[in-house]
Design a protein around this ligand. Structure first.
Ligand code: DUC
Ligand code: ZN
Ligand code: ZN
Length: 463
């Protein structure tokens, strides 16, 4: 064996137990009590620490052209930042160009990602166009290992309900999963114009033009299409109570509806938009009221939210400033790729959820839902040695100065977390230790996901 993680507490989605973990090459090869190292084995002392699977961030926008610019982190800086927060795999969005087949979308983005990525990655394909036989190439993307498609109900690249429904129908045939950004586009446009006409232009009116019911109605509509099509649905960045209730009801009825939320919705409320720097928090959907935040935490505890991901899409302060006097000009998105796992584990360390729940949300369920079970997402023999050694006693106050991406500010500035990753390994290689990035550009690999067939709300039966 090459490495032996000795004396730590292993956290799985269902249990916590003391054991040693042996790694040979890129894989976890043995888990047991009192494993004896070979002469050449590197022993990693994990006494007093937790040994966790690396997080899998199901939702990032790296180097994405958006809002009149390009999101600040590219595949190198974004995945570097991910690694330093204990995230060892990212799912990034590859947005289709009009007329482009889905395999070509993946190839175009992979050509950018492959030489840069520091940790492993995969893609969701953002669908714009199904015309001229393009929909038939969904199966080819699945065969390439990208079985996940996302539709936007908003933005200039948003799709009609008809295209959304067609993607759902096709997804069943080809073994794919459809994810949705749900907000009501008409209402966003109407409310935006109304506030602009009334000369209400501060960041608060970003929230006011996309309030709870605008997201909630779209969640309900998306669920309605999924139920009728018989397809599974994954709602990204769920941020409101009405939508949470709709997800819960559909799942109780037995439909395979899944939901992701993000740390920013769990930690901040709409009040941030009243701050002088409110524009820095502008993302879509926006943070909502306290009742929504409470509903999300309750949904996590009940298991009606299955994943937590970041929607990492940072923009520079100067770019956020474009919208100082007009919220429409603020590029939408916030940083979070380095903060998700520390934040969720800190909430576990403080007792709000269990450590197993944090691991389930940030790693194990992501692997199960997106076709990576059997490769990643747990501390188990045969899986990639994506391992975080977590120090529950190290307290950190988050500051952008000590983050490892390319951002010049973060919404997480000043937030205190209890406990922090001490060391992070990607396929057995040390990529982070004690505040320092130790990985290398290009070391991350594209991971092929298995076809996805989710027919019930229950994930325990997944591979
Ligand atoms: N929302 C954001 O805030 N940024 C990126 C895309 C999105 O849907
Ligand atoms: Zn979105
Ligand atoms: Zn997003």
């Amino acid at each position: 064996m090459d490495k032996l993680f000795k004396g730590g507490k292993i956290v799985t989605a269902t249990s916590i137990y003391k054991a040693d973990v042996a790694v040979t090459g890129e894989k976890i090869t043995l888990i047991g009590q009192n494993i004896k190292p070979d002469a050449e084995t590197e022993v990693i002392d994990c006494r007093g620490k937790y040994v966790l699977p690396g997080a899998i961030d199901a939702h990032t926008h790296l180097a994405m052209p958006f809002g009149g610019t390009i999101s600040t982190d590219d595949y190198e800086t974004g995945t570097r930042s991910a690694a330093c927060g204990g995230t060892t795999t990212v799912f990034d969005f590859a947005l289709q160009d009009f007329g482009e087949t889905f395999p070509d979308t993946v190839k175009r983005r992979d050509a950018i990602a492959a030489p840069q990525a520091v940790v492993d990655y995969s893609f969701h394909i953002g669908v714009k166009d199904l015309s001229d036989g393009i929909e038939d190439t969904m199966k080819d993307a699945v065969a390439m290992g990208v079985p996940s498609f996302k539709v936007f109900m908003v933005y200039d690249f948003g799709v009609t309900d008809g295209i959304f429904y067609r993607v759902l129908e096709k997804s069943k045939e080809v073994g794919a999963l459809v994810a949705v950004h749900a907000e009501n586009n008409e209402m966003v446009n109407y409310l935006t114009q109304k506030y602009i006409d009334e000369k209400k232009t501060s960041a608060w009116y970003h929230y006011m033009s996309r309030p709870e019911f605008v997201e909630g109605e779209a969640d309900e509509r998306a669920i309605q299409w999924a139920k009728n099509s018989g397809a599974a649905l994954y709602i990204v960045h769920l941020a409101n109570k009405q939508g949470m209730d709709a997800v819960t009801k559909a799942r109780d009825e037995g439909y395979p509806i899944f939901a992701e939320t993000c740390p920013q919705y769990l930690h901040f409320t709409r009040d941030v938009y009243k701050r002088p720097d409110g524009r820095n928090f502008v993302c879509s959907p926006p943070m909502k009221d306290k009742a929504s935040q409470d509903a999300l935490w309750a949904g996590i505890r009940r298991g009606d939210i299955q994943t937590v991901a970041t929607d990492h899409c940072p923009f520079k302060k100067s770019e956020k400033n474009w919208g100082k006097k007009d919220f429409r000009l603020i590029p939408n998105g916030c940083a979070g790729i380095e903060n998700m796992y520390p934040y969720m584990l800190s909430e576990a360390n403080r007792g709000r959820i269990s450590f197993s729940k944090a691991v389930e949300l940030c790693s194990t369920n992501v692997a199960k839902i997106f076709g990576l079970a059997g490769k990643k997402g747990a501390i188990e023999c045969g899986l990639d040695a994506d391992i975080v050694v977590y120090d529950p006693k190290k307290n950190v106050t988050i500051t952008n100065k000590e983050m490892h991406g390319a951002t010049d500010h973060t919404v997480w500035e000043g937030v205190r977390v209890k406990g922090y990753p001490q060391a992070v390994f990607s396929r057995g290689n040390l990529v982070y230790k004690d505040g320092k990035f130790l990985g290398s550009k290009g070391a991350g690999r594209f991971v092929k996901c298995d076809p996805i067939k989710l027919t019930s709300p229950d994930l325990t039966g997944s591979k």
